[in-house]
Design a protein. Structure first.
Ligand code: PXP
Length: 255
C-alpha cells in the first residue's frame, strides 16, 4: 500500500459501515466511495471492504467503483467461495484478505481455521497469487495458524485483534494483557517465518496504541470505530487522530 505515512505502519480504512447506513434506507446515501476518497485525503494508506455473501453492507457495484475511482490500493475481504474468487479475479484488487464467514454472525467473530481448512484454502491462495493479488489470511494469533499460512503460500496474515479489544471493553486487565502478549508473540513469530503481519478488528482510540507499538505489524485495518466516531467528529478528523495515535505509538516503540 502507498500513501502518506510518517512511520512504516500503514492504515487501511474499512468503509463497510458507511454502506450499512446507506443500505438502511435503500438509497445511495451515504456513499462509501466518497468516504474512501475522504479517507485517502485524511492519511489512509489503503481501503478495505468486505463483500459478504449476503451483501449486507458492501455490494458488487461498490467494489467496481472502488477499483475505478479510488487511487489507494483496495484490500478486498472475502470468504473462500467460488463466487467471491470469480469477483476477485475479475477486479484484481491489490490484496485479498480471506476471512471466515457465517451468515448468522454480526461481524467476523474469529479467525480463519487455516490449518483445518488447508486443502480447501490451498486452491484459493494459489489462484489469487497466480494473478498477482497479495493474499492475506485473517487468523487468530496462534502458532498453528501461522504455520498453516506459510504452508499455504500466503505472503500475509492479518491477526484478529477482537479478543484483545473485547477484553479491554470488558475492563478485564489480565485478559487484555494476555491477549496483547499473544499478538506480540505471533507478530514476532510470523515475521520470523517471512510473513508480512497485519492486524485488525475492534481497534479504537483507546486500544490502538499497544498494537501499533508492535514493530513487526505493518498494517492495521480499522472500520467500525472510525465510521461511528465520524458521526461526532467527522471522518477526516477521526482518521487523522487515529493516524497520529498509530504514528506516535510506533515512534515511541522499543526498537
Ligand atoms: N480486518 C478484518 C479482516 C475484518 O474482517 C474487519 C471487520 O470487517 C476489520 C479488519 C475491521 O474491524 P472493525 O470494523 O472492528 O474495525
Amino acid at each position: 500500500m502507498s500513501g502518506r505515512t510518517a512511520t512504516d505502519l500503514r492504515l487501511g480504512v474499512n468503509i463497510d459501515h458507511v454502506a450499512t447506513i446507506r443500505n438502511a434506507r435503500g438509497g445511495d446515501h451515504p456513499d462509501p466511495v466518497r468516504a474512501a476518497e475522504m479517507a485517502a485525503a485524511a492519511g489512509a494508506n489503503g481501503i478495505t471492504a468486505h463483500l459478504r455473501e449476503d451483501r449486507r453492507h458492501i455490494r458488487d457495484h461498490d467494489i467496481e467503483r472502488l477499483m475505478g475511482e479510488i487511487d489507494l490500493p483496495l484490500n478486498l475481504e472475502m470468504a473462500a467461495t467460488e463466487e467471491m474468487l470469480a469477483i476477485a479475479l475479475r477486479h484484481r484488487p491489490h490484496a485479498v484478505c480471506i476471512v471466515p464467514e457465517r451468515r448468522e454472525e454480526v461481524t467476523t467473530e474469529g479467525g480463519l481455521d487455516a490449518a483445518g481448512q488447508h486443502n480447501h484454502l490451498k486452491s484459493f491462495v494459489t489462484r489469487l497469487t497466480d494473478v498477482g493479488i497479495r493474499v492475506s489470511l485473517f487468523i487468530n494469533a496462534d502458532a498453528l495458524q501461522l504455520q498453516a499460512a506459510v504452508s499455504l503460500g500466503a505472503p500475509v496474515v492479518e491477526l484478529h485483534t477482537g479478543a484483545y479489544a473485547h477484553a479491554g471493553d470488558e475492563g478485564d486487565a489480565a485478559k487484555f494483557a494476555a491477549e496483547l502478549e499473544r499478538l506480540a508473540a505471533s507478530a514476532h513469530a510470523g515475521a520470523a517465518m517471512g510473513l508480512e503481519v497485519h492486524a485488525g478488528h475492534g481497534l479504537t482510540f483507546d486500544n490502538v496504541s499497544a498494537v501499533a507499538a508492535l514493530r513487526e505489524i505493518r498494517e492495521l485495518n480499522i472500520g467500525h470505530f472510525l465510521i461511528g466516531e465520524a458521526i461526532f467528529d467527522g471522518l477526516p478528523a477521526t482518521i487523522a487522530r487515529m493516524r497520529d495515535l498509530m504514528d506516535k505509538a510506533r515512534a515511541e516503540a522499543r526498537p
